[in-house]
Design a protein. Sequence first.
Length: 381
Amino acid sequence: MCSVYSALTGEVLLVVDDYEGKTAKEMKQSVAAQIGIPRFRQRFFSEEAHEIKDDQIFASEPVDVQLTVLELRPPDIEEDQKLIVASKGNDSGAVEEMLQCLRSPNVADADGRTPLHHAAANGSVEPARLILEAGAARDARDTTPAGCTPLHWAAARGHTDTVALLLEARAGVDAATLDFGETPLFAAVHQGHVEVVRLLTQGGADVNRATTDDGSTSLFFAAYEGHVEVARLLLEAGCDINKARRDDGATPLHVAAELCHVEVVRLLIQGGADINKARTHDGVTPLLMAAQKGHVEVVRSLSSAAGADINKARTNDGATPLFMAAWKGHVEVVRLLIRAGADVNKDRTKDGTTPLNIAVFEGHEDIVQMLKEAGAMSDGD
């Protein structure tokens, strides 16, 4: 039996039965788990007052160990900077040495970034593990306007192992930035870090959380960047495929359609996205947006989807997808829409202009001919 008692009070802090073959370092870790004092602040002494070094192995005979708890050293800019540099540079030996010298794991640079911030940002897994063991604040915020945590940095940089370590240490998976309310999941999604996204969603990240500026969800970020595998993971994790932004009512499908991310569009359609959902401020549907931009493959996917309303018009002026394609001169889009059954004579309610009228006005001769062959009537008919 090994008894660890306080040198200050004489109180027995821990009794270990299976101590044979363990190192003093392992015993200190047991003490840390029991009473919450990091091993770096612990010093073991024998009954004869000899210090027991970390690599010393305990034998089988019963032993009493005296524990002295040391205080952290006061701040020292030069020494604290050494810890930050070692953390950033993945120098676990130097980090161990600095922590053994009682440097605080929560020192910060001019931007409020702690050694854990720097280790997380640079994927320095072992330094991060040591810093956490030393009692680092796992959710410390830097002093930038965003107020990022170490998990934000690790997620944004795609450091999978560091993200896993921080999650294991119970870092705040939904800690939001102070400026736009973005969680680590947003950072990983934006950069397309598939495995980090997988870890965060498995770790309980809220996939439907919205930013505080315009109400975008992480799925918006995936749609905007065209990250199809990330979008797939978010859908599998239960994100709301039709959750709209607060400022304009656009959905992720609007975003993917506008930016011509065809594979994301197809994934969203397969996932049950509302293909006819209109933006709140102007009534634009994903199809109308794609038609206006001339995105042929997006138009093909949307117009052929079950339930597509090919003639749904904008609420602010009544323009249809065909009208917009004819106006902008997108020949192949016009051809697709006609084949899909678009009403070639549906006029714009704002002024009564038809797709044929606007094509003539803009001088799009191929489109004029195509519309006439499809039965479009001119003003003289």
